[in-house]
Design a protein around this ligand. Structure first.
Ligand SMILES: Nc1nc2c(c(=O)[nH]1)N[C@H]1C(S)=C(S)[C@@H](COP(=O)(O)O)O[C@H]1N2
Ligand SMILES: [Mo]
Length: 183
């Protein structure tokens, strides 16, 4: 199969308001070391409920699947099968600081994703939003049926031709709605 052709990989789940969201988000506990050998992702920035999530915490959301092919400038074409929640679902549950009733208000938000080795990339909120770009971006909990509990989750953009945004061993996701405009 090609990128995004898995049955549920193409369209994000229906939008749900935060108030009825069934998934509890772990509260932030500052200064607490990572629990044992399990990787933890920090969700921070303009969020009502910043959080530290293990890969197991990410199993609480609906798991989507995607078979992905991408090209790497150095290692050529790679094929992988990923499973995990939609990045959008996880971040929306953390309470991004926009007015959900005003669609325009979401469009000033950035999502900065950082890996353990410092590799990082910025996405826009509008890119993943069901009302705008609807990109089925995953926060993968498994790669090729191997759990990522210890390595940490991986960013998956099934629509990308190049692999550079498939950030592995994610340690932090920063949501930013307050960057300074270039005027
Ligand atoms: N954390 C991290 N993730 C990363 C990278 C990296 O350097 N660090 N490289 C990216 C690139 S350039 C590609 S093509 C894919 C696949 O890289 P791999 O062959 O090293 O797995 O991972 C991406 N994710
Ligand atoms: Mo690459």
């Amino acid at each position: 199969m090609t990128a995004g052709s898995a049955p549920d990989a193409g369209v994000p789940r229906r939008w749900k308001p935060v108030s009825s969201w069934p998934v509890p988000v772990s509260p932030v506990s500052s200064g607490e070391p990572a629990p044992g050998p399990f990787a933890v992702v920090v969700l921070a920035g303009d969020l009502a409920r910043p959080a530290r999530l293990s890969v197991r915490d990410l199993y609480a959301w609906p798991q989507h699947r995607a078979r992905v092919s991408f090209e790497c400038a150095t290692s050529g074409v790679q094929h992988h099968y990923f499973e995990g929640p939609l990045l959008h679902d996880v971040l929306y549950a953390a309470g991004p600081g926009f007015d959900p009733a005003r669609r325009k208000d979401r469009l000033r938000f950035l999502i900065a994703v950082t890996g353990a080795d410092g590799h990082h990339a910025v996405l826009s909120w509008g890119e993943t939003d069901p009302d705008f770009g609807r990109a089925p971006v995953l926060l993968a909990t498994r790669i090729d049926d191997t759990p990522l509990d210890r390595a940490g989750p991986q960013l998956v953009l099934p629509q990308d031709r190049c692999g550079a945004r498939h950030i592995s061993a994610i340690t932090a996701i920063h949501v930013d709605g307050h960057y300074t405009s270039l005027t």
